[in-house]
Ligand binder design. Structure first.
Ligand code: GDP
Ligand code: MG
Length: 298
């Protein structure tokens, strides 16, 4: 590469749910742009994370996991994943060394290796997996004819500089798509909603399955004060869920609110007054209008 050449490109991060795609994206970009959860399929929109260095810019696309479809929301997520992988310079496929490479991983990987886009496979969670498990994963990948394989820990950053160097090889001479300081193209409203949803998912653990959605109703700067007022609605599918989300004397909602508030303060760089509402919207995951309101459809 010559001195004044600028390289850029789009990299889709694909892989089964829970393999650590969102964790990896956040770590690479150095900012929290995608939510992380033990619950599968928490990433609902394609999230762009942007890494800009002096000579190059990588735009990562964190897609919803590849999986079989059950309802409209799943269908939408699947479509996003498919659309995304077509128009990129390379695919970063993430597998989990600790749980091992499953059939769904090998099937997706086989499909991806057939198309005309370079595929880099990252064996993640090497901090947690045993050496034998990492070796096992490597053997399986080699049998599948994967050429670019790298061992990483998205959690502690091991292998990430090496991964970044590998990815640079797939960038092409091109524009800086986004300004230096931008690390995501997600509107703040959507990130704010995802942050609240992440806290709710974590705090509610298994009690309410992932049938909750968050909509930001208002973001308002308070005149003359270093304070932003945020009003958000947590939608759930059942009356019983509403009770759980609120908790005894509002205790659960309070916890969700205060956990989310500290993330929001970082996001907006301002004090936040957060008001949360809980509404029941039966079957919202099958309603087109509702998906649109929540930002899941264009
Ligand atoms: P995604 O569904 O592929 O986006 O996965 P997430 O990024 O949400 O991560 C799923 C879970 O795996 C979370 O609990 C993460 O904290 C955890 N995780 C991700 N990467 C690592 C890693 O490198 N090591 C360990 N030990 N855990 C990880
Ligand atoms: Mg994710």
């Amino acid at each position: 590469m010559t001195q004044n050449q600028f390289l850029s490109g789009f990299i889709a991060i694909l892989g089964s749910p829970n393999t650590g795609k969102s964790t990896l994206l956040n770590k690479m970009v150095g900012q929290k742009v995608s939510i992380i959860s033990d619950k599968p399929q928490t990433t609902r929109n394609t999230i762009r994370g942007i890494l800009t260095k002096e000579n190059y810019q990588i735009v990562f696309l964190d897609t919803p996991g590849l999986h079989t479809t059950k309802n409209k929301l799943d269908e939408y997520m699947q479509k996003t994943a498919n659309d995304t992988s077509r128009d990129v310079d390379a695919i970063l496929f993430v597998v989990d060394a600790y749980v091992g490479i499953k059939e769904r991983d090998t099937e997706n990987l086989k499909r991806l290796l057939m198309i005309d886009i370079p595929v880099i496979v990252a064996i993640n969670k090497i901090d947690k997996a045993k050496k034998e498990q990492v070796e096992k994963a490597k053997t399986v990948l080699k049998e599948l004819n994967a050429k670019q394989i790298i061992e990483i820990s998205a959690a502690n950053g091991d292998g990430l500089p090496e991964l970044e160097n590998m990815l640079i090889n797939y960038l092409i001479e091109g524009p800086k798509y986004y300004p230096d300081e931008l690390y995501t193209d997600q509107p703040e409203r959507l990130i704010a909603a995802e942050m609240i949803r992440e806290k709710a998912l974590v705090l509610l653990s298994e009690e309410v399955p992932h049938g909750i959605g968050v909509e930001i109703e208002k973001i308002e700067k308070r005149e003359g004060k270093d304070l932003i007022y945020v009003a958000a609605v947590i939608y759930c599918e059942r009356k019983t869920h509403k009770g759980i989300v609120i908790g005894a004397q509002g205790s659960m909602l309070k916890q969700i609110g205060s956990a989310a508030r500290s993330d929001l303060q970082m996001l907006f760089g301002s004090k936040i007054y957060l008001e949360l509402f809980v509404k029941v919207k039966e079957d919202w995951r099958n309603s087109r209008a509702m998906l649109k309101t929540l930002g899941y459809e264009d």
